[in-house]
Design a protein around this ligand. Structure first.
Ligand code: PRX
Length: 637
């Protein structure tokens, strides 16, 4: 059997789950045994959630790329590792076998070494969805450099913040990126970012769009020229750096309830074992299948389920450069048809937006290869779930609604494809090794079924975050201090009469816009940067396609003469400071915000108004100026 730890039935799920709770160390040691270690661990787990201090596979030595590449060469050398579909359907796709990928990763790893990158150095990657992005990520891992991938939709300011926080010494980017009918000038954004980043000594630029770029002497290098140099050296091999199980693998920045994104840190062995185990089990991957995840590598889903999970399992992973709606809304179905995709893993926001185009783009696409469907990133509404099930899965494919987070490294609560009985809108049951618990505001456990609470995890799992880069205290206060001895997810959750879990959304000031996590404080900070703005308050509201939309209440310095123009200016400012993904959908100018006497903004009231719920605003008598509420209500109507 390809994956001896693959669950084959509901009984096996229950057995594995039981074992993982009774003997977590034995359970994970069994899984970890099926990887390639330079040296096996001395101890499976050491932990406390107080500091927190969590170590998996203590004393183990390995390199994740030996597990993703070298160990497959004998059996899978000629098997496609990555099938790449370009943005423009007229351009040729690329098939990269495991041997090709191995060679390219070693080559680029040598480029990094030639440019002075060493184990432990941080490398920022800001690229479009081309195979070179996966190659860059793996090349970092090969030599033990820590990658920090930044999504191509972030602004220069956001990149600069992330580079400074990580003190990255090298940046890998492209001249530009194609996304739908857009051409995003990545290198020029990097140039703006680097004005404020003295830590960066070198920039490697991969050619993609042929957009004119300015190359700075002594700093900027072409990817292709650097590869040629390695070729002239006779393409020497690049032995993998021996990494400790707990050596840092990557940093990925994500938003929280404060203004500043935090660098979630994942380490080598635990992350690898967890990404692989959850990939193989959730999607019930079988050798030879073609698997397609539509996420961007700029997010955790791309890290775990385009790159590390599938490649460590020797799977064939499809990487798509473009967007689902270009050149038409049938693009995902065309790709499925073209590569005979067996598993399609996408986001509710994509499904909802494609639903809007009706069945025209689906008809005449051969989707008979599909066996399994997946959803991630936000709660999936029943309508979207059924549309996906009926029209894409033709009623015969199970859907896995996978709940997890950047911080969890991999899937936590999910059906196992074809094994767990499914229920629309429910992430259903925890995977083996995951011990969820619901608590009330005071941290008391809520037992039994048919209950609602805050979702926490009470025992470590190998893929969990270890720290937030450069600020361990922040990791403690954000995740481990709300409730004693528990990891707090920030999500609200329901456990129904069958013990199935349904995630109801964030209970903190974090928005989920099209599956992207955005802090309200971050957006407020950006709006407040605009010269004419005195103060702002941002809340989420239900949005048909995005799941949540961003609603901003803004106090302007002077009377706003041309509200439309002022709104455009504010949007421009948010784009500049964070990126287009954080642009508010609605802006309302107000003369005051509902505040308590101590100056705290009553977001609950603003949320209700944004949702259009004008009655039942609750007690407003504690407000400094209750009249402000009426004025805001009027302005909204
Ligand atoms: O609120 C949950 C929501 O997305 C948050 C995590 O966001 P991020 O770290 O960006 O990772 C997204 C991809 C894993 C969670 O706290 N979320 C994620 N998956 C689901 C979900 N909400 C409901 N159902 C899901 N399947």
């Amino acid at each position: 059997m390809a994956y001896p730890y693959q669950i084959r039935s509901l009984e096996e799920y229950q057995q594995q789950y039981q074992q993982s709770v009774m003997d977590p160390e034995g359970f994970w040691a069994n899984v970890a045994d099926h990887f390639y270690w330079r040296r096996k661990w001395d101890k499976v787990l050491e932990w406390n959630f107080k500091e927190p201090d969590v170590k998996w596979f203590v004393g183990g030595k390995l390199n994740i790329t030996e597990n993703c590449l070298d160990r497959h060469l004998g059996t899978l050398g000629n098997t496609p590792a990555i099938i790449w579909e370009p943005n423009d359907p007229e351009e040729r796709h690329r098939v990269i076998t495991y041997r090709d990928l191995y060679n390219k990763v070693c080559q680029f790893a040598n480029v990094l070494k030639n440019n002075g990158v060493k184990k432990g150095d941080r490398v920022c990657i800001y690229m479009g969805m081309i195979p070179e992005l996966a190659i860059a990520v793996l090349a970092c891992a090969r030599i033990g450099a820590v990658h920090s991938v930044v999504f191509g939709g972030f602004s220069a300011q956001s990149i600069a913040d992330r580079i400074q926080d990580a003190q990255a010494s090298l940046v890998i980017t492209c001249d530009g990126a194609f996304r739908g009918n857009k051409d995003i000038p990545l290198k020029s954004v990097i140039d703006d970012a680097l004005i404020a980043c003295p830590s960066v000594k070198k920039v490697i630029v991969c050619t993609r769009t042929r957009t004119p770029v300015s190359m700075i002497k002594g700093r900027d290098l072409w990817w292709e020229d650097e590869i040629k140099q390695v070729e002239t050296m006779g393409n020497p091999p690049c032995p993998a750096e021996e990494m400790d199980a707990e050596d840092m693998l990557f940093i990925l920045y994500t938003s929280g309830s404060t203004g500043k994104p935090k660098g979630v840190v994942h380490t080598t062995a635990g992350y690898m074992v967890y990404a692989n185990y959850t990939f193989v089990n959730t999607f019930q991957y079988q050798p030879g299948e073609v698997y397609f995840c539509t996420a961007d590598v700029g997010w955790i889903t791309g890290h775990s389920y385009i790159i590390y999970g599938p490649l460590s399992a020797g799977a064939t992973t499809v990487m798509f450069e473009g967007v689902p709606t270009w050149p038409d809304a049938g693009r995902l179905w065309s790709i499925t048809d073209k590569f005979r995709v067996n598993t399609l893993y996408t986001a509710p926001t994509a499904i909802r937006s494609l639903m809007g185009y009706g069945l025209g783009p689906v008809n005449h696409k051969d989707l008979s290869s599909l066996k399994k469907l997946g959803s991630v990133g936000e709660p999936i509404n029943e309508e979207a779930w059924h549309w996906f099930k009926d029209n894409i899965g033709k009623g015969r494919c199970p859907i896995v609604d996978t709940w997890w987070q950047t911080e969890t490294g991999g899937i936590m609560i999910t059906p196992i494809a074809g094994i767990t009985p499914e229920k629309p809108g429910y992430a259903t049951l925890p995977l083996p090794g995951v011990q969820p618990i619901l608590v009330d505001e005071r941290g008391q456990e809520i037992t039994g079924n048919n209950v609602n609470g805050n979702l926490c995890i009470k025992f470590p799992w190998p893929g969990m975050l270890r720290t937030t880069y450069g600020d361990h205290e922040r990791c403690r206060t954000t995740y481990f201090a709300t409730y004693d001895n528990l990891y707090f997810t920030g999500d609200g959750c329901l456990r129904d009469e069958d013990g199935y879990y349904r995630i109801t959304g964030r209970v903190d000031d974090v928005l989920n816009v099209s599956g992207h996590r955005i802090g309200t404080a971050e957006v407020e900070n950006a709006i407040n940067m605009h010269a004419g703005v005195v103060e702002s308050a941002v809340v989420g509201y239900p949005h048909d396609i995005k799941g949540q939309g961003i609603y901003a209440f803004v106090i302007a310095e002077k009377m706003v003469h041309d509200p439309e123009l002022s709104k455009k200016d504010i949007l421009q400012t948010v784009s500049r400071i964070i990126g287009p993904i954080a642009k508010p959908d609605k802006i309302q100018f107000v003369s005051g915000l509902p505040k308590t006497r101590s100056g705290k903004i009553m977001r609950r009231i603003l949320r209700k108004i944004a949702e259009g719920e004008m009655e039942n605003l609750g007690d407003t008598s504690t407000l400094l100026d209750p009249n402000v509420v009426d004025e805001i209500k009027k302005g909204k109507q």
